[in-house]
Design a protein around this ligand. Structure first.
Ligand code: PLP
Length: 245
């Protein structure tokens, strides 16, 4: 059981770092949710993380989330499933059926599609708009690298908020972003700070409360907490290095 012990220790170490970072800047650690990103890992690993205390699991492939949700339904009944990243339209049904928090609302089409599916199954799905604040072409999300100046970006973002709130089954809760891979800490901090400011602006403009900020991964979650993250998505630091993806 050496592997499970290691995983439990890693999980505890991340929780400790989250708490210490929050306390250092005067935030309540209870405001911050650790989403363990379990993508690519077999369910034995998820069971070990669950036994260690993890309840929020993040996946980025619809079929993988479906299989894992089915396998773990009996033994790990209170798992909260997060879908992180890009969701193809034709693969949205499993997220409508099993997802709790969808971090990847990155275009009107997926918002409308999930809205219709949730009307049919009667579920509620908490939803975050994914915003591309870094402007990297490789990143998904609503374009937002110039949201303070660019009226087109501003209008599209406000329309995305409206469209999401029009779907009865979707509960819009905030924004998700990703920092550039391997960028200097100050650049990463800028991206997270901009995302928080964008959240504040959008909430004021639309008069809709947007309490959740999903930002920060293994290499930058402490910066994200300093800049206001309420959800950090940590994979490698808990589960180890992935073979792919
Ligand atoms: C894989 C992934 C993560 C976790 O990344 P780590 O570097 O393993 O912590 C977080 N967010 C998204 C959107 C991801 O795809």
């Amino acid at each position: 059981m050496a592997i499970e012990k290691t995983l439990a220790e890693r999980y505890q170490a991340i929780q400790t770092r989250i708490r210490q970072t929050a306390e250092r800047i005067g935030r309540d650690p209870a405001e911050i949710t650790l989403v363990g990103v379990s993508k690519t890992w077999p369910t034995e690993k998820l069971r070990a993380a669950y036994a260690a205390g993890l309840r929020h699991f993040g996946e980025n492939r619809a079929h993988e989330l479906t299989e894992k949700a089915a396998e773990l339904a009996t033994d790990c009944p209170d798992i909260i499933w997060h879908f992180i990243g890009h969701l193809q339209t034709r693969q949205s049904q499993p997220i409508a059926d099993h997802g709790h928090l969808f971090h990847g609302a990155d275009r009107p089409k997926i918002i409308g599609r999930l809205g219709r599916q949730l009307n049919e199954n009667g579920r509620q799905l908490q939803t975050l708009l994914e915003v591309n604040v870094s402007g990297e072409a490789s990143k998904g999300g609503f374009p937002a690298h110039n949201w303070q100046e660019d009226n087109v970006q501003q209008q599209a973002l406000k329309q995305a908020v409206q469209l999401t709130t029009e779907q009865n089954g979707l509960k819009l809760q905030g924004l998700m972003t990703m920092a550039p891979w391997g960028a200097p800490a100050e650049e990463i901090r800028q991206i997270f700070s901009q995302t928080r400011q964008l959240r504040d602006w959008l909430a004021a403009e639309t008069d809709i409360d947007l309490p959740i900020l999903s930002m920060g991964m293994t290499d930058d979650f402490e910066i994200a907490i300093e800049e206001g993250a309420t959800h950090v998505r940590v994979g490698r630091a808990i589960f180890g290095d992935r073979q792919y993806n």
